[in-house]
Design a protein around this ligand. Structure first.
Ligand code: NAP
Length: 286
């Protein structure tokens, strides 16, 4: 049986383009004051996927006139050495944002490394302090992928207040902060994880489904409540999301594709936060 879909395809490239267009003038204004926004990206080890993400972020910076600095560290880097590299960037007045590419090698204390990033330069929203601010609803720089998901909902004017949102995943950079952001926008939120009993049952009652699992095509079409809004944060090898897109499409009222869904908006959000940080610092030095 062929099921026809009337789902709205939530075009991440379109949302990202609008965010970046709004940034261009702000970058020019900063340049007139002799300030070039600068994002420093730290990559530890040689994970090819991480190297690709870092390259994509660097290219996106370049296209917008944002300077990007790459710090590549070997896999054997210790926690102390990584924190020393982060401290040097914290103290560099020409660096406005710092991104430590996740994941770092297992022997490194990732939380300690994240928490050594200055809150003023935590443009990826990974510090404990940034997480807490996000939970309270006043973060300067909320975690980029959760902020991207909220930006897509906002762009397409999809209502959140009063809706039942089911988030699958509870990582500190994605599942937990997006749950908090949806809650702050007055959704009723259920956060699911690997120990959740009856996951499908929870998803079947969701008006909004956020997939942040890290498992290709994990979310099934027959789990969907008719008319659900589906946001797929997943990005697995082969450009595959965490949602079985083809199977969910006929049931959803709106859905993000992978690629060209949440991913480009995440990068645009990172650029926005870097420009925000440069503007904040430039106001302080005036
Ligand atoms: P993560 O740290 O591995 O977290 C995965 C979460 O999924 C965990 O909370 C885990 O539960 C839960 N989970 C695993 N198996 C499950 C199951 N069978 N049922 C229910 N929940 C289950 O991953 P992440 O960093 O949050 O990333 C999630 C996805 O988003 C990945 O595909 C990643 O590539 C993608 N991502 C995309 C972007 C972007 O810009 N688009 C950015 C970051 C990440 P437990 O907590 O119980 O282990």
């Amino acid at each position: 049986m062929v099921m026809l879909s009337k789902a709205l395809i939530l075009d991440g490239n379109r949302v990202a383009t609008e965010i970046k267009e709004r940034l261009a003038g702000r970058v020019e204004k900063l340049a007139a004051h002799g300030i070039v926004p600068c994002l420093a990206t730290i990559l530890v080890g040689d994970d090819p996927a991480s190297a690709t993400y870092v390259r994509m972020k660097g290219n996106a910076c370049k296209r917008l006139g944002i300077r990007s600095v790459r710090v590549d560290l070997p896999s054997e880097t210790t926690t102390v050495e990584l924190i020393a590299a982060i401290q040097a960037l914290n103290e560099d007045p020409n660096v406005h944002g710092i991104l430590l590419q996740h994941p770092v090698p297992h022997h490194i204390d990732e939380r300690a490394a994240f928490d050594s990033i200055s809150i003023d330069k935590d443009v990826d929203g990974v510090t404990t302090q940034g997480f807490a601010q996000n939970a309270f609803g006043f973060a300067a720089f909320p975690s980029c992928t959760p902020a991207a998901i909220m930006a897509i909902l906002d762009y397409y004017k999809l209502p959140v207040a009063g809706k039942h949102a089911v988030v699958i995943g509870r990582s500190p950079i994605l599942g937990k902060p997006v749950s908090a952001m949806l809650l702050n926008e007055d959704a009723t939120v259920t956060t699911c994880h690997s120990k959740t009993v009856g996951l499908e049952h929870h998803v079947r009652s969701a008006d909004i489904v956020v997939a942040a699992v890290g498992k290709p095509k994990f979310v099934q079409g027959d789990w969907m409540k008719p008319g659900a809004v589906v946001l797929d944060a997943g990005y697995n090898p082969g450009n595959v999301g965490d949602v079985d897109y083809e199977a969910c499409l006929p049931h959803a009222s709106a859905i993000t594709p992978v690629p060209a869904g949440v991913g480009p908006v995440t990068i645009a959000t990172l650029l926005k936060h870097t420009v925000d940080a440069a503007e904040r610092i430039s106001r302080e030095v005036k």
